[in-house]
Design a protein around this ligand. Structure first.
Ligand SMILES: [Zn+2]
Length: 71
């Protein structure tokens, strides 16, 4: 029995908790860090903040400033 095998099978939260809690936590982390903002140009929810007050859409590539968007 190797240690790597144990780590692989149990993971960060343990096998007991299964997939669902890990996915739920991932969702929370994602939403916390990356509030989904709608792009005013293409209406996709792929706008990310690149700097303070500066936003960039990953879908259409537009970069814009937005006071409406503030995290
Ligand atoms: Zn866009």
């Amino acid at each position: 029995m190797s240690h790597t095998q144990i780590l692989k099978s149990t993971g960060r939260f343990g096998a007991r908790y299964g997939k669902s809690i890990r996915e739920a936590l991932l969702d929370i982390e994602k939403n916390y860090r990356n509030k989904r903002n709608k792009c005013p140009y293409c209406n996709y929810y792929s706008v990310k903040r690149v700097a303070y007050g500066i936003w960039s859409c990953k879908h259409c590539g537009k970069v814009f400033t937005g006071k409406a968007y503030s995290i």
